[in-house]
Design a binder for this molecule. Structure first.
Ligand SMILES: Cc1cc2nc3c(=O)[nH]c(=O)nc-3n(C[C@H](O)[C@H](O)[C@H](O)COP(=O)(O)O)c2cc1C
Length: 413
């Protein structure tokens, strides 16, 4: 019987333990969590989501406050067209976060950053170009493009000196999405170094509609493999979404995947950025407590705990300070908020049921997004005398994925 450690992921000349910890925004996949994967010889991801707020937190900066001051004119208004990001500040925040993590990097693994196209920031091309360029300038080992077809993303950085040497890959949920990406980039003569195929059991936003349950990862992986074979493309495929045990991972590795990307198991690790209350809520969750809903103003379905604190809140949109989802001055939360005001002009405290203000609540860790298998987390650790659960270290979870056999899960001491 094999374990994950019997396999290796090869990216160019680098040989890695084939375990990738996926990016989890906003700073749920902290540098400490990502760097554990790197130290263990795998791949860890920083998250680029809301980078200015993350840099404020780690480096005692005031990027978000300065942005708010520069955008006061739209405060209280529903048209946010004039809200803008200072690209110099955005680049500086990215460079600070990435270079500090790169300096702390130990071991043979690689540190990547997860970059979501759907964070349109009221100037999609300019901000995406700035985010990618700054991450490369700061020495990141690789960039994983996510949350979108990313048709122009490679084009935006084609003149960067590291365009061909940094590792770059994309997350897709279908062979069709990969085909579009590859066709669009054919002229650049630059294939992705890896493709992450994410199925419908993942956490965060899903690359499916509300009919996500009709799809399964194994089938999509096989379809992507068939496409790669037909096109004679030798791109390592990384399977993601619902890989809960080392043996689940071995199943994919034996069927031709080069690695697996995992996240849910690490949400309750000590190094994960979620607050203790959220981690305990994940550990206490039953299958019934988890749902896929349309609360995210990105328009993508998102999986979360039903008792997510952000749901039903009615805060005023905070686009002046955040505004990461703004597109042409709009966000679906603003629309929902405006409808609610019109319905209840007399109310002081609103409750917006359709959408959450994703920026504010992700920043405050009040959106408890999670993978489908979250209800199984309680079986991965011990219950303490006070009724709470012991939080395992990220190293413990990584090792469990790497060495366990027969679907066994080693409980932490
Ligand atoms: C709490 C949480 C937050 C996530 N946030 C992001 C994100 O910001 N960007 C992204 O591309 N994927 C995100 N994901 C998806 C993971 O990176 C990963 O691909 C997926 O969850 C793996 O499946 P698993 O959770 O079943 O192991 C998130 C997942 C979780 C659990």
């Amino acid at each position: 019987m094999k374990c994950v450690d019997d396999f290796r992921l090869r990216l160019g000349s680098t040989e890695l333990v084939p375990i990738v910890i996926g990016g989890m925004g906003v700073d749920i996949s902290t540098p400490q969590l990502a760097l554990t994967a790197v130290r263990m010889g795998g791949i860890g991801h920083l998250s680029d989501a809301m980078m200015m707020a993350t840099a404020d937190h780690y480096f005692r900066k005031h990027f978000s406050r300065d942005k708010m001051r520069a955008n006061m004119a739209t405060m209280g208004k529903m048209d946010k067209s004039s809200v803008h990001f200072d690209l110099g500040a955005l680049a500086e925040a990215t460079r600070l976060h990435v270079s500090s993590a790169m300096e702390a990097k130990r071991g043979h693994g690689l540190l990547f950053i997860n970059l979501m196209e759907k964070l349109t920031m009221n100037a999609p091309r300019e901000t995406m170009q700035t985010r990618m360029t700054a991450a490369l300038d700061a020495g990141i080992d690789g960039i994983t493009l996510a949350a979108g077809l990313n048709q122009s993303s490679f084009h935006l950085i084609q003149d960067h000196p590291r365009f061909r040497d940094a590792k770059m890959g994309i997350i897709v949920s279908s062979a069709r999405a990969l085909q579009i990406f590859i066709r669009r980039n054919a002229k650049l003569n630059r294939l992705p170094d890896y493709v992450i195929v994410e199925g419908p059991l993942a956490g965060g936003h899903l690359g499916f509609g509300m009919d996500w349950a009709k799809f399964d990862l194994k089938t999509i992986v096989a379809e992507v493999q068939a496409y790669l074979k037909k096109e004679n493309l030798d791109i390592p495929l990384i399977a993601a979404g619902g890989v809960f045990t080392g043996s689940d991972a071995v199943g994919f590795l034996e069927n031709g995947a080069a690695a697996v990307q995992v996240a849910t198991r690490f949400t309750v690790s000590r190094e994960c950025g979620l607050p203790e209350a959220a981690k305990q809520a994940y550990l206490n969750a039953a299958e019934d407590d988890i749902e896929v809903n349309m609360q995210s103003p990105t328009g993508y379905p998102m999986r979360m705990l039903k008792n997510t604190p952000a749901v039903g809140q009615g805060i005023r949109p905070n686009c002046e300070i955040y505004g990461y989802i703004l597109e042409n001055g709009k966000c679906e939360y603003i629309d929902a908020y405006e409808r609610e005001i019109k319905l209840h002009p007399e109310k002081d405290k609103l409750s917006v049921k359709e959408k959450v203000c994703l920026c504010t609540h992700m920043r405050n860790y009040d959106v408890w997004t999670c993978g489908h298998n979250t209800y199984r987390l309680k079986d991965t650790t011990r219950r303490l005398e006070d009724g709470s659960y012991l939080l395992p270290s990220a190293e413990h979870i990584f090792r469990d994925y790497q060495f366990s056999k027969g679907h066994e899960i080693l409980l932490p001491e």
